[in-house]
Design a protein around this ligand. Structure first.
Ligand SMILES: Nc1nc(=O)c2c([nH]1)NC[C@@H]1CN(c3ccc(C(=O)N[C@@H](CCC(=O)O)C(=O)O)cc3)CN21
Ligand SMILES: O=c1ccn([C@H]2C[C@H](O)[C@@H](COP(=O)(O)O)O2)c(=O)[nH]1
Length: 275
C-alpha cells in the first residue's frame, strides 16, 4: 500500500478520535445553502514524507494530479492571483468580478524584495540560494503578509516553505495554518512534493523529506461519513512519479512534464467544498 494512504488514514483516525467539534461556536465557513460548516478539528499534526522512497499520493480515492500541479504552477511559477490563468474552477468562489483572489498566494511570491545582491522575488531568491549558498539555513518563503490580509479573499492556508540541503538532498517543511483534510490535504501534499522535485532538479539536488506541519487539521461535518468510508477502503501500491529530466530552468516546467505511471485508486467521491 502507498505510504501516503497509511499516513492519511492514521491522521483521519486521530482527528475522529481525539478531535474537538466546533458546534455551538461561531465559525466563518458555510455550505452553499448557507448552513454553517462545522468541523472536527485536531491541532498540531506533523506528517513526514520521504520523497526519495515514494511519491506521496493517496490511492483511497484519486487525487487530481494534473489540476493540483496546474494550481501550484499558477502560484509558484506564474505568480498569478487571477483565476483567468488557472485551468480549473477550484478558486471561482473566492474570486472577484475581475477574476482576482486579491493579494494572496502568487501575488505575494511575485513581489520583489531588496537583498545585498539586488532585488529578488521569493521564488527567485530560493533558486539563487539553492545554487549559490545551499548550506544556508535561511532559505524560506512566507506569503502570510499581515499588512495585505485585508485585500485577500481567503487568507493563505499553506503559507510557508523552509528549504534545507543535507548532503545532496533537498528537504522542506511546509507550514499550513488550516487544512481541509478530505478536499485538500493530499492535494496540498502532492503539490508541494512536485514543487520539491522541481526545485531539486533545477538545483542539481535529489529530493529528500517533505515535512508537513498543520496547525488546524479539520474534517467538515458533511465529510465525516465520506472519511469513514475511505477508512474502510483497500489501498494500492504508490504509482511511479516521472518528471521530465531535460528541464533545467524552473520556469520551463509545464503540467505535461509530470506523469504518474500505474496510478490505481478507488472510486472518486463527490465532495462539497465549504465556502
Ligand atoms: N473549504 C475549502 N477547502 C479547500 O480545500 C479550499 C478552500 N476552501 N478554498 C480555496 C481553495 C480551493 N481548493 C480546492 C478546491 C476544490 C478542490 C477540488 O474539488 N478538487 C477535486 C478535483 C478538481 C479538478 O480536477 O478540477 C478533487 O477531486 O480533488 C481542490 C482544492 C483548496 N482550497
Ligand atoms: O490550499 C488550501 C487552501 C485552503 N484550504 C482549506 C482549509 C480551510 O478549510 C479553508 C480555509 O478556511 P479558513 O477559515 O481561512 O481557515 O480552506 C486547504 O486545506 N488548502
Amino acid at each position: 500500500m502507498s505510504k501516503a494512504d497509511k499516513i492519511f488514514k492514521e491522521m483521519c483516525r486521530k482527528i475522529l478520535k481525539e478531535g474537538i467539534r466546533t458546534e455551538g461556536q461561531k465559525v466563518r465557513p458555510h455550505w452553499e445553502d448557507g448552513t454553517p460548516a462545522h468541523t472536527i478539528k485536531k491541532f498540531g499534526i506533523i506528517n513526514e514524507y520521504d520523497l526519495s522512497e515514494e511519491f506521496p499520493i493517496i490511492t483511497l480515492r484519486p487525487t487530481a494530479f494534473k489540476s493540483a500541479i496546474d494550481e501550484i504552477l499558477w502560484i509558484w511559477q506564474k505568480k498569478s492571483n487571477n483565476i483567468k490563468d488557472l485551468n480549473s474552477k477550484i478558486w471561482n468562489n473566492w474570486a472577484d468580478e475581475n477574476g482576482s483572489i486579491g493579494k494572496a498566494y502568487g501575488y505575494q511570491l511575485g513581489i520583489k524584495h531588496k537583498y545585498k545582491e539586488g532585488y529578488f522575488d521569493q521564488v527567485d531568491r530560493v533558486l539563487y540560494d539553492l545554487k549559490n549558498n545551499p548550506m544556508s539555513r535561511r532559505i524560506m518563503t512566507n506569503i502570510y503578509v499581515h499588512q495585505d490580509l485585508y485585500e485577500m479573499n481567503l487568507y493563505p492556508c499553506a503559507y510557508s516553505m523552509t528549504f534545507n540541503v543535507e548532503g545532496d538532498q533537498l528537504n522542506a517543511i511546509l507550514n499550513q495554518r488550516s487544512s481541509d483534510i478530505l478536499v485538500a490535504n493530499n492535494w496540498n501534499v502532492v503539490q508541494y512534493a512536485v514543487l520539491l522535485h522541481m526545485f531539486a532538479q533545477v538545483s542539481g539536488l535529489k529530493v529528500g523529506k517533505l515535512i508537513h506541519v498543520i496547525a488546524d487539521a479539520h474534517i467538515y461535518d458533511r465529510h465525516i461519513d465520506m472519511v469513514k468510508e475511505l477508512l474502510k477502503r483497500e489501498e494500492y501500491e504508490a504509482p511511479t512519479f516521472k518528471i521530465n529530466p531535460e528541464i533545467k530552468n524552473f520556469y520551463d516546467f509545464t503540467v505535461n512534464d509530470f506523469e504518474l505511471v500505474n496510478y490505481k485508486a478507488g472510486k472518486q467521491l463527490k465532495i462539497p467544498v465549504a465556502i
